[in-house]
Design a protein around this ligand. Structure first.
Ligand code: GTP
Ligand code: MG
Length: 468
């Protein structure tokens, strides 16, 4: 890291604010600060920064070229290697004017720093070993989190536990590889590895990988949001449910069946899970041209959903309309939501003659009143259970969820372990077994960033903002 250049960037968002932060990282950080920082507003009185680290000092930024006073600031110095990037860092907390931050940044660039690329501070943290790739990716998730739950998940991954879990699985495979290779190279000294020893180790690693991979599904919903459409017969109370969720009159509600003609999307947060709520046109057999188009759109909304709320009316019976929705669902998971509980408290909430006919894709059932809000918390909990499912304990244990990149690599590692087992069963030579093991190890190394290509590094960090 010694031959790195020094980078600088404005780390706070563009626009006017109370304060803004301009950041420098690299070997010239302290030197540059010495040239522009003074404890006096009257003249440049350089401070010797050599002995100072992890200190906040109030002072003034001067332009050494013309001797003009630029701003009244607080400079914080961090001397490497125990810093975010592993290098010397200076953060200048200045007044939050875009003009001033730009001027201070220009001063730093004039004195030898280079404008940082997107995510370059975090990239340096990763390259200097201050964090692994799962932690670097968590930094991005943390910055981009829209719900508390997303942010909690990211901050837990940032602690490094998820990367640790992946490394533990890799560790057992590396140990196995070492024994296998030693048996090949020094059969007399260490003896060949008995084939019966391999299967239990591989099975355990595979089971651990599977458990870890279960978190990826929840992670996808928690990162990207759950598409949740509200579907059912006309007048069942779909738009009322949307409004009840949002706590404002977003959709038109009337007693006229067929009120909603087009799908309406609204972002929302259910128990900390980011959700896109979609209210749809009621499904029934109709000759009305506009309504027909609306129902086609309902079909499309269902296709694009992760979960559907099938809203039924407790004052009516399960009927052909609901059967029609089931056809549109085509196996998609749904929660049956019996509405208008306030006017039909004794309703049994099925209306079906035979409960055994419940399709497999019905994951749960509940009764609510979209008008009064009765049962809404229970419905939210059921939606949360769908998202978290059986990954809850693993999420706690692993301290987070795999993202898509990490999940794909864990899947590739698992399939290399499958190949290994087939090779063992077919009595393949040990060097073939070693190849499968190496593939699995390589995938896991890539997942936590220990073996990673330049392209992937660029790809991951280009998603960051400048200054992070
Ligand atoms: N009592 C009672 N009435 C409700 C409830 N939910 C909806 N309604 C009434 O049912 C009627 C239809 O409600 P909407 O929310 O427009 O129903 P919808 O499913 O969106 O209907 P379409 O858009 O026509 O498909 C309105 O008169 C609502 O006030 C409820 O929980 N209790
Ligand atoms: Mg409606």
């Amino acid at each position: 890291m010694q031959d790195q250049d020094t980078i600088a960037a404005i780390s706070t968002p563009p626009g006017t604010g109370a304060i803004a932060i301009v950041r420098i990282s690299g070997p010239l950080s302290m030197q540059i600060l010495e040239k522009i920082f003074s404890s006096s507003p009257e003249s440049i009185k350089p401070i010797n920064w050599e002995s100072r680290s992890h200190e906040a000092i109030h002072g003034y930024i001067w332009d050494p070229a013309n001797g003009e006073l630029v701003d009244d600031v607080v400079a914080i110095t961090y001397r490497g290697p125990v810093t975010y990037t592993g290098e010397d860092i200076v953060e200048i907390n200045c007044h939050g004017s875009p003009l001033l931050t730009r001027e201070i940044l220009d001063l730093l660039l004039r004195l030898g720093a280079r404008l940082s690329e997107r995510g370059e501070f975090t990239k340096r943290a990763f390259l200097s070993g201050r964090m692994d790739l799962t932690q670097a990716e968590a930094v991005l998730d943390l910055i981009q989190a829209r719900t508390t739950r997303q942010s909690r998940m990211a901050v837990n991954v940032l602690k490094g536990q998820l990367g640790q879990r992946i490394k533990e699985i890799r560790g057992t495979l590396m140990e196995l590889l070492a024994r296998l290779v030693a048996g090949i190279d020094f059969p007399e000294e260490v003896g060949e590895l008995p084939l019966d020893d391999i299967a239990p180790i591989v099975d355990k690693a595979k089971a651990d990988l599977e458990r870890l991979r279960k978190t990826a599904r929840s992670g996808r919903f928690l990162r990207d949001g759950l598409r949740l459409s509200i579907v059912g017969r006309p007048n069942a109370g779909k738009s009322s449910l949307l409004n009840q969720f949002l706590a404002f009159e977003r959709a038109i509600v009337t007693e006229v069946p067929g009120t909603t003609r087009d799908s309406i999307e609204e972002p929302f947060d259910i128990n900390g899970i980011p959700v896109i709520l979609i209210d749809t046109a009621g499904v029934r057999i109709t000759e009305d041209r506009v309504e027909k188009i609306g129902i086609e759109r309902t079909g499309r909304a269902i296709d694009e959903s992760d979960l559907v709320l099938l809203v039924c009316d407790l004052t009516e019976h399960w009927g052909p309309e609901e059967e029609e929705v089931l056809k549109l669902l085509n196996g998609q998971p749904y929660i049956e939501v019996w509405n208008k509980h306030d006017i039909n408290e004794s309703g049994n909430g099925t209306g079906r003659t035979d409960e055994d006919q419940v399709p497999d894709n019905r994951i749960d059932m509940t009764k609510i009143s979209a008008k009064t809000g009765i049962g809404l918390d229970d419905l939210k909990n059921k939606i949360e259970s769908f998202v978290i499912q059986d990954s809850k304990s693993m999420m706690t244990e692993a301290g987070g969820t795999l993202n898509q990149r990490q999940d794909e690599l864990c899947l590739r590692a698992a399939s290399a372990l499958d190949d290994l087992k087939v090779s063992v069963d077919n009595g393949m030579p040990e060097d073939c077994l070693a190849t499968d093991l190496k593939t699995a190890i390589h995938c896991l190394s890539e997942a936590c960033g220990d073996e990673i290509t330049e392209e992937l590094i660029t790809e991951v960090f280009s998603r960051f903002c400048i200054g992070k």
